[in-house]
Design a protein around this ligand. Structure first.
Ligand code: HAM
Length: 429
């Protein structure tokens, strides 16, 4: 095929109608389950003051340092295409004084996000996330509830072998001491680490823990673990999160090396992966979703001292997993009826009739611009509908319509005004 002049930007993709069916299926599931659990929908702009992210996510994170799309507006503002949804929602929570409302406040969102990453399977520069955020409650039941809601959604989407990885990364009381401890351990093994991690020891030693390089993994496997150095508050909080998860029988796995790539987290962090036994090279799967508690973020962005917790899942990753799993091809639910017409009076009557079908909540397909009956019957045949309604010139004048059973090819002529109740009955059979 000749290469076309303009192509979709690198790392981005069109969502074609065939793909929309997956988005719709996921959207429906997340919408109904989020609503049931008391989450309210929120949307923030696609762009945000870049500082919201540098402050919240952290200037030394990959997201802010390397991946953010930043630009200056004509008015001189420095904005960023949002790389994630938590910081903008925290900004909105503060800006609209939502701490004055009864707490906790629970939000859900669904939209596109942008990161200038190296494109690869499951990693895009524009991708979609569904997320949940809860503000104003520090109880561990919230952490467990969030994990349960995500788990329920993935179960609803027919995921089977899910593993929830959890860890606690402490708070401002206990993490500084652990960081020191880890740094000094890593320094003694500096030369065994990959060059990138050697640089991280000073500023971000926690990120060495989730490095995929074999050299680092070996060093990390003998490193001190945060979980052994939690303060009493964090220890108790985490213990209760795990007790709640046990209570609802969610299969979790403690992963002491789970730290997440965003700086705002405190205490609980979690990721969901699909457990595949066939995975020989033992490589860690890309996570389907990630999240955690971020008790210090609202204050950091200029608000009150409000605890919060949340998580987000990558829609494209979910779709890839669904496709891999079932070799499933989804399509929009196709109509079971087709309306064919002939002549201008029939076209006018068809427009009216279509509107009546819509009101009766019956899905019906048509190709009004076609003039040949043969062509229309060919289309309806291809669509695999159960019945084709034929409104020819003669029928249009006499107020009749033909119902053709596509399986038996039997035809009958009925009064136009009776066609909807008749079809309703037939579809129920
Ligand atoms: P995150 O781990 O950066 O966390 O992203 C959440 C999910 O979005 C990932 O688990 C992945 O499924 C998907 N994702 C991330 N980057 C890409 C990409 N380049 N291409 C495709 N999918 C991607 C956050 O964004 C946090 N805001 C989550 C959170 C909400 N924490 C608390 N509340």
């Amino acid at each position: 095929m000749k290469k076309v002049k303009f192509q979709v930007p690198t790392g981005m993709h069109d969502i074609l109608p065939s793909e929309e069916a997956y988005f719709q299926k996921i959207y429906k599931s997340v919408e109904s389950i989020s609503k049931f659990y008391g989450f309210q929908k929120i949307d923030t702009p696609i762009v945000e003051d870049a500082e919201v992210f540098s402050k919240a996510v952290g200037i030394s994170t990959d997201i802010v340092e390397k991946e953010m799309y930043v630009f200056k507006t004509k008015g001189g503002d420095v904005l960023a295409l949002r790389p994630e949804g938590t910081a903008p929602i925290a900004r909105s929570y503060i800006e609209h004084g939502m701490f004055n409302l009864p707490q906790p406040i629970k939000f859900w969102y669904f939209g596109p996000f942008f990161r200038h990453e190296r494109p690869q399977a499951g990693r895009f520069r524009q991708f979609w996330q569904f997320g949940l955020e809860v503000f104003g409650e520090d109880s561990p039941i919230i952490d467990a509830e969030l994990i349960q809601v995500f788990y329920t959604i993935l179960k609803d989407l027919k995921f089977k072998n899910l593993i929830v990885e959890v860890n606690s990364i402490g708070d401002s009381q206990c993490r500084p001491y652990y960081k020191k401890l880890l740094s000094s351990y890593l320094r003694t093994h500096q030369h065994s680490l990959c060059p990138k991690c050697q640089k991280k020891i000073k500023d971000n030693p926690l990120r060495v823990l989730d490095c995929k390089d074999d050299r680092c993994r070996d060093v990390v496997s003998r490193a001190p673990q945060m979980i052994d150095h939690l303060c009493e508050g964090c220890h108790n909080h985490f213990r209760q999160v795990l007790e709640f998860l046990d209570g609802v029988e969610i299969p979790y796995r403690l992963n002491p090396y789970l730290v997440r790539g965003l700086d705002y987290y405190t205490r609980t962090v979690f990721e969901f992966i699909e457990d595949k036994h066939s995975d020989e090279n033992n490589e860690r799967k890309m996570e389907l979703l990630g999240g955690g508690r971020y008790d210090a973020l609202v204050k950091l962005l200029g608000g009150k001292d409000v605890p919060a917790c949340g998580g987000a899942m990558g829609i494209e990753r979910i779709i890839i997993a669904i496709k891999n799993r079932e070799k499933e091809v989804l399509s929009e639910t196709s109509p079971r009826i087709f309306l064919a017409q002939l002549g201008s009076l029939a076209k006018i009557k068809s427009l009216k009739l279509l509107e009546e079908f819509r009101k009766a909540n019956i899905n019906i397909s048509q190709s009004l611009s076609k003039n040949s009956l043969k062509t229309q019957l060919r289309i309806s045949d291809k669509m695999g509908v159960d019945y084709t309604l034929i409104l020819g010139q003669k029928e249009a004048i006499s107020g009749m319509i033909i119902i053709r059973n596509m399986k038996t090819s039997k035809q009958e002529t009925v009064l136009l005004e009776n066609v909807i109740p008749i079809i309703k009955k037939r579809l129920k059979k």
